[in-house]
Design a protein around this ligand. Structure first.
Ligand code: NAD
Length: 468
């Protein structure tokens, strides 16, 4: 397996853009059979190279193979095949119900046309899912597309660059590899849609670049996603297991990870006891044991950033907190965390679970509204109480609201996934991905034979026509 990432040169980036623009203008990507074939080829790319894709991600992040298969490869295969199946239905033009006066003779149709040449900029934490799920939408919509993987997952980025031309039409789809300089060059070019997944800092750079050409864009960002555990109205053992699983997945480097837990003060001990039980069942020999399936932090700098938050916390570390080598951190549970704590400053993006005691559900909702990180990507609620569920449905804000589990909302491709406010702009998955890369082109054909109807609109304007 190739391990050094070859960056795309600046002149090559310009050439790729020009090539993809020519292809788009040629109309090659518009027929549905072409798009269907490319979607199935993408599924084939994942199936035939399953092991190599897993190995690459293991090298980059020590990601457990089960997680790569479950949350990346099988998701992309399923989404590609499903898009190929649904293509006809999604792309069928709409015939809107128009005013009676126009209905008889006018042809009014809304065509689903491809936006054009698009660019997908992806992060490192789910390097396949977060680049290829958006690509599925772009292919389905009939766009040509550049995918820019993250340089921080170099082995997967290089593998994608090698596999793309073997499976997908190189005239229409390309990988550009690189870091800030290369992405800056990408952002100087005119795209018909920019699709960015990453942090808010770079999100702002992308939005500013989009403004130059009035380019539509999608921002899939992160943030602090809270969990409220209604201890008296849930099965606490199941809740603890589901929260801890969501927090430790990909070593906590997940945009939708439960970032902190709000719990009624009187129930904190009960929740901690259940979390300790779940922890011991997940890692009976400790998280650093060979059999533990604990992946790596992406690099030493991110490991140090997360460890520093733990060092500064005023909360009490119940379990975990140790580091090993230069990229491992134990899943860590911290109790009695206050609102001004280091762990409450920004998205943690590591396997640390702070527990914040609150007076009641109203205080929990207020904390969520006022959190410095802005509107969360997800709000999680563990409760069987109808009143509490209603309060969260009607009084909290977030990209998604998920009850009684974590992470699994991403398995539902029939609903749009995206943020709100600081956690992002726009959504995708399934048909929403197709819609993201589609322009709704309104078409009207007014027959010449309708001329009699228009007589009153021409000057000189008559009083009769005005009164009509
Ligand atoms: P990042 O913003 O640092 O990088 C994302 C991409 O931007 C990479 O391809 C990188 O090469 C490029 N980039 C970096 N600096 C740039 C610059 N100055 N100019 C132009 N491009 C630049 O994000 P990351 O560290 O790769 O990912 C972590 C963040 O992504 C977290 O905040 C996480 O919550 C978020 N995220 C969001 C989602 C979602 O679907 N909402 C999914 C995964 C990750």
């Amino acid at each position: 397996m190739t391990s050094t990432l070859k960056y795309t040169s600046i002149s090559e980036i310009d050439e790729i853009h020009a090539r993809l623009l020519r292809t788009f203008h040629s109309g090659v990507t518009r027929p549905l059979p072409y798009r269907r074939k490319q979607l199935l080829q993408l599924a084939r790319l994942c199936q035939e190279n399953h092991k190599a894709l897993e190995d690459a991600l293991y090298t980059d992040l020590a990601k457990p193979r089960l997680e790569t298969t479950m949350a990346e490869i099988s998701m992309i295969v399923g989404a590609s095949i499903s898009a190929a199946d649904k293509l006809e239905e999604w792309a069928t033009p709409d015939k809107p119900e128009v005013a009676e006066a126009w209905r008889a003779s006018w042809d009014t149709t809304v065509y689903k046309t491809p936006k054009g040449v698009v660019c997908i900029i992806a992060p490192w934490n789910y390097p396949y899912t977060l680049s290829l799920t958006a690509l599925i939408g772009a292919i389905a919509a009939g766009c040509t597309a550049v995918v820019k993987p993250s340089e921080l997952a170099p082995v997967t980025a290089q593998l994608l660059a090698e596999l793309f031309p073997k499976y997908l039409d190189p005239a229409s789809y390309a990988i550009v590899n690189g870091a800030v300089e290369e992405t800056t060059q990408i952002l100087k070019l005119k795209w018909n849609h920019l699709f960015f997944t990453g942090g808010i800092r770079v999100g702002r750079i992308v939005a500013a670049a989009a403004a130059k050409f009035i380019t539509p864009f999608t921002l899939e960002l992160g943030g602090k996603s809270p969990v409220f555990v209604d201890v008296d109205n849930t099965d606490i053992d199941i809740a603890a297991k589901r929260i801890l699983w969501g927090r430790q997945l990909n070593t906590g480097q997940v945009c939708v990870a439960p970032d902190y837990v709000l719990v009624p003060r009187h129930g904190q001990d009960k929740l901690i006891a259940a979390l300790v039980k779940a922890y011991e069942s997940f890692w009976p020999e400790g998280p650093f044991a060979k059999s533990s399936d604990l992946g790596n932090m992406v690099n030493a700098a991110h490991r140090d950033r997360v460890l520093e938050l733990v060092t500064r916390t005023k909360g009490h570390v119940v379990l975990g907190g140790r580091a090993e080598g230069d990229r491992k951190i134990e899943p860590t549970i911290v109790r009695d965390v206050g609102l001004n704590d280091s762990l409450m400053e920004d998205e943690i993006f590591g396997p640390i679970l702070p527990i914040v005691p609150v007076d009641d559900v109203e205080e929990a909702l207020r904390i969520i509204h006022e959190q410095r990180a802005g509107v969360p990507l997800v709000v999680y609620l563990f409760s069987e109480n109808e009143g509490t569920k209603e309060k969260f449905l009607n009084q909290s804000e977030s990209g998604s609201l998920v009850m009684n589990d974590t992470f699994m909302q991403l398995a539902v491709h029939e609903m749009p996934f995206g943020g709100k406010g600081e956690s992002g702009y726009g959504g995708y998955y399934g048909k929403a991905s197709f819609d993201t890369f589609t322009h709704l082109r309104s078409f009207v054909n007014i027959p010449l034979a309708a001329e009699g109807f228009f007589q009153g609109r021409y000057p000189p304007y008559s009083k009769e026509a005005y009164e009509f």
